[in-house]
Design a protein. Structure first.
Length: 228
């Protein structure tokens, strides 16, 4: 009887160790590491986004501009991404995303989005008697999916996964820029609507290039940007 109890105790202890091992394998602090795992070497592969800008000045001046529906749909299907618009300027991919809660470790705080109205059943707690939303805006900043003002607030691994997917699907892409800035999302959404109507986007190039330069800058990022 004692031997049987001792054997049962050993079995239970072994199962407990196994379960703990399974659960501890995943990084519980993935809020800064986008799903990396405990005990594994950090995924420091060659950076796939803003590659040229790491060590040198860059230019956001281009000769062609078009929306890429296929890449937009594929990135939008990724965990952590609610919606996405990918613009191809020459061979450079400019990516505007809205972030949802289907993945952890996508961004740091603060966000630009005020979701306070959901608790009170209001669209906008600042204007409780007015539920108007501009239909031309994809990101309204009120009770919607998350946006972040600075692209450096999007975690390194999240941007890395997005850029790797784009490069896998289109090996001709020379560089990838990723933003969740509300203004950037809405401007690219406006361009996307023009593209869906069959309009040539080339007349919008000066505005697009100027906006991209404001959002991403032109100076090298290595001295100022730490990769999360």
């Amino acid at each position: 009887m004692n031997n049987r109890r001792f054997g049962l105790a050993i079995l239970c202890f072994s199962c407990l160790i196994g379960l703990c091992g399974c659960f501890s394998w995943y990084d519980q602090n993935s809020a800064t590491n986008y799903g990396s795992r405990n005990g594994e070497t950090r995924q420091d592969t060659t950076r796939a986004y803003q590659t040229e800008q790491q060590n040198s000045l860059v230019s956001h001046q281009h000769s062609t501009l078009e929306m890429n529906p296929f890449l937009s749909e594929q990135v939008a299907a990724m965990d952590g991404v609610n919606s996405c618009i990918v613009m191809m300027a020459d061979q450079t991919a400019y990516v505007a995303i809205m972030i949802d809660n289907t993945a952890t470790g996508t961004k740091s705080t603060p966000t630009e989005t005020n979701n306070g109205g959901t608790v009170r059943g209001l669209y906008n707690p600042s204007t409780p008697f007015n539920d108007y939303a501009d239909p031309n805006l994809l990101a309204t900043g009120t009770n919607s999916y998350d946006t972040v003002k600075n692209h450096e607030q999007i975690t390194h691994l999240f941007k890395q996964k997005i850029a790797e997917k784009i490069r896998l699907l289109n090996p001709l892409v020379s560089d990838v820029y990723i933003s969740a800035n509300r203004d950037y999302i809405n401007e690219l959404n406006r361009l996307a609507q023009e593209a869906w109507k069959g309009q040539d986007l080339k007349p919008y190039l000066p505005m697009f290039d100027s906006l991209s330069e404001r959002i991403f800058g032109t100076l090298p990022t290595i001295p100022t940007q730490s990769e999360q």
